[in-house]
Write a protein that binds this ligand. Structure first.
Ligand code: 6R9
Length: 668
């Protein structure tokens, strides 16, 4: 969304009350849930936690020594047990847990009983390789059932998984493996994407052998992705290191008791981009994470026993963790997983999947919706979408035009839309409508989920009742990150120091600033009290819903032998929301050719992955800097977006975000 259109958005007056038939059948239709949660948040979250299976109940709900929270202290549970075993006693035993379709059209399905057996076998196999509680396992897979199976197998034996998005480069994979000291890598020969094969094993080999490799990796488990009985990738196996998944897992025992985990034992690490060149390993633990993933999946998606739920996110991102695997399976839902691209073999693929599987709940990203809009509604009209009853959006602000199109063309005007704000760090949904309760407004994520205390604050912590400021979370929540792997200082500085030493709030409602979480987003509150999350105010871009640090791209650029200096800014993009715009200064005497641009751009892809490919590269003799030597990104952004330049000191930018960014940078 362009920042300049933001003020006009707040005049958005289309409102959508929950449809009467929807509200009548909704799990939650009483707005009183908010007040009940507020009256005693700890008791409220404990009520949710009690819906899970604990082998030993907790002694204390919360211990809060900012910034360190511990939830459900002393409680013991296993996340995989809660996603699988717990459903085997009743009718869910034979209920479909996972429906899967590969891009070429191959299909697989697992009942809860079958998924339990698969996960147990994989877990036994991991144990036989010496992996156990406290170890880290890297997962680098396409969107195939084994991605979920591998995650749950790790959870079952108490090993933390670190899933690395299959679109990341060998080098990104290597960095993540080494940062977490993973002992095992689980990958596949290849996966399908837009008709082509993504050669994951080849990238994994490169990660493990070049530039120092990954000394902590002992074994590599390789899944053979088959289509019509034939393997797709043609992986080269390294004797003594690489093992075929089907050989090891198929022979393993399906009897593999789940490890009893402490509520605060590490469940997973997931890397995400921040303001420095090095991605942060976000740590999530077991009890609190599962509780909030479970609770939000149930209420936000109004999840019922007969729903067919489809979250289009890749397991490599947090949305895939919480809303493709842990949340829905903990709820005993039927989940659809799709391997490939939305336009393979044609632009009707998503709608065909919805028709074929009678999908009732769809959770996707604004960038996808904008692409569908561009491709045209005629693609949808060829298919029967009448099974849909609820739509969700996540990953970036949804512009009202895309919201309206989603509502009319995908939802047939009858499905509520839940625009959900949250982050890798928050672990689960934080700001969202409840579809049977909340009147929605296109473009607004509306209000915090019951029990969540979100606010909009000024730079010095004053509560802003209406208007723009910094988004803040003023109370610990169960699925909050517990730290950054190996970097407690960065954890404190990034998230908990914004209002340190200040008093946050106003009137009778104040608190010390060190307990207030700063997500890095700018937001506004409208007259109704609804939140409008505008976007990042730090040096993090959101390209097609993916977080990319400007510094990461800049490091990749200057790594090219021809580049002397580089600066990266986000540039408004019709489909992707933001695109990477790079400014490059070449080393003395080099020709600034188009061919060199392509080479530099390919270099970024090789270093990070295709998601970071610069949309534009501009050669410049110098980068504009302030007197203290800081790159003037705002100026570069104006150039990238084609705004005319006047006197730079009076460069008028009416947007809230720009002002916030300046304030933010001024404060350090
Ligand atoms: C879940 C996820 C987090 C960042 C976040 C914000 C943006 C996500 C949003 C949204 C406006 C929404 N974001 N959902 N902005 N409205 N509904 O996307 O996690 O990849 O960590 O990204 O995405 O800027 O800070 P992650």
């Amino acid at each position: 969304m362009s920042e300049n259109t933001f003020d006009s958005l707040l005049q958005e007056d289309r409102t959508f009350a929950p449809p009467a038939e929807f509200a009548a059948r909704a799990l939650v239709s009483d707005p009183d849930v908010y007040a009940r949660a507020e009256a005693d948040p700890e008791a409220y979250w404990a009520g949710w936690a009690r819906e899970l299976h604990w082998s030993k109940p907790w002694d204390q709900v919360l211990e809060w020594n900012p910034p360190q929270a511990r939830w459900f202290l002393g409680g013991k549970l296993n996340a995989a047990y809660n996603c699988l075993d717990r459903h085997l006693d009743g009718p869910r035993r034979t209920k479909t847990a996972l429906l899967w379709e590969g891009e070429p059209g191959d299909r697989r399905a697992f009942t809860y009983e079958e998924l339990h057996a698969e996960v147990s076998r994989a877990a036994s196999a991991l144990r036989s390789l010496g992996i156990g509680k406290g170890d880290r396992v890297a997962i680098y897979l396409p969107m195939i059932p084994e991605a979920a199976i591998a995650m749950l197998a790790c959870a079952r034996i108490g090993a933390a998984h670190s899933v690395v998005f299959g679109g990341f480069s060998a080098e990104s994979l290597r960095d993540r493996i080494n940062d977490a000291d993973a002992r095992l890598l689980i990958t596949a020969d290849g996966g399908y994407r837009r008709g082509g094969i993504v050669p994951l094993k080849r990238a994994a080999d490169e990660a493990l052998t070049e530039e120092g490799g990954c000394p902590s990796i002992e074994k590599v488990l390789v899944i053979q992705r088959h289509v019509d009985g034939a393997p797709v990738g043609g992986a080269v196996m390294t004797e003594g290191r690489d093992l075929w998944w089907h050989e090891v897992v198929d022979a393993a025992s399906a009897d593999c008791p789940a490890e009893e985990m402490d509520s605060e034992d590490l469940l997973y690490i997931l890397y995400t981009s921040g303001t420095t060149g090095k991605p942060k390993g976000i740590m999530h633990t077991t009890g609190g994470y599962l509780t909030q993933a479970y609770a939000t999946t149930k209420w936000v998606f109004d999840l019922k026993e007969d729903d067919v739920y489809w979250c289009t996110a890749d397991v490599g991102w947090v949305t895939g963790h919480s809303y493709l695997v842990y949340g829905p399976l903990a709820n005993g839902a039927t989940v659809l997983m799709y391997e490939g691209a939305p336009d393979a073999p044609d632009r009707g693929r998503f709608w065909k999947l919805i028709q074929d599987y009678r999908v009732t709940i769809l959770y996707t990203a604004p960038t996808a919706i904008r692409a569908f809009m561009k491709w045209g509604a005629e693609w949808l009209r060829k298919y029967d979408l009448s099974s849909l009853r609820l739509l969700g959006s996540v990953g970036e602000p949804i512009n009202p035009e895309a919201w309206m199109w989603y509502h009319e063309h995908v939802g047939g005007g009858r499905c509520p839309i839940v625009d959900t704000w949250w982050q890798t760090e928050t672990g689960a949904i934080m700001i969202t409508p409840l579809p049977g309760v909340t009147e929605t407004v296109p473009g607004s994520a509306t209000t915090p989920f019951p029990g969540i205390r979100a606010d909009i604050l000024s730079l010095h912590g004053e509560h802003i009742p209406a208007g723009g400021g910094f988004l803040a979370i003023r109370r610990p929540w169960p699925s909050m990150l517990r730290g950054i792997w190996g970097d407690p200082v960065r954890f404190q500085e990034t998230y908990w120091s914004k209002w340190q030493g200040e008093t946050v709030g106003s009137g009778d409602d104040t608190q010390p600033g060190e307990g207030v979480y700063f997500p890095g987003d700018g937001a506004k509150r409208d007259e109704r009290g609804y939140f409008w999350v505008i976007g990042r105010i730090d040096d993090v871009l959101n390209v097609a819903g993916h977080r990319i640090g400007t510094m990461e791209v800049e490091s990749a650029l200057v790594d090219h032998p021809a580049v002397a200096e580089a600066a990266v800014v986000g540039k408004a993009h019709e489909l992707k929301g933001q695109a990477v715009a790079a400014f490059v200064t070449l080393k003395e005497g080099l020709e600034p050719t188009e061919e060199l641009k392509r080479e530099i751009s390919d270099h970024v892809v090789r270093k990070i992955g295709a998601i970071a490919r610069p949309d534009t590269i501009l050669y410049t003799a110098d980068l504009p800097k302030t007197r203290s030597g800081k790159i003037m990104r705002r100026l570069l952004k104006d150039i990238a977006e084609g705004r005319t330049l006047g006197d730079t000191t009076t460069l008028a930018d009416p947007s809230v975000v720009a002002q916030l960014k300046d304030d933010y940078e001024a404060k350090g």
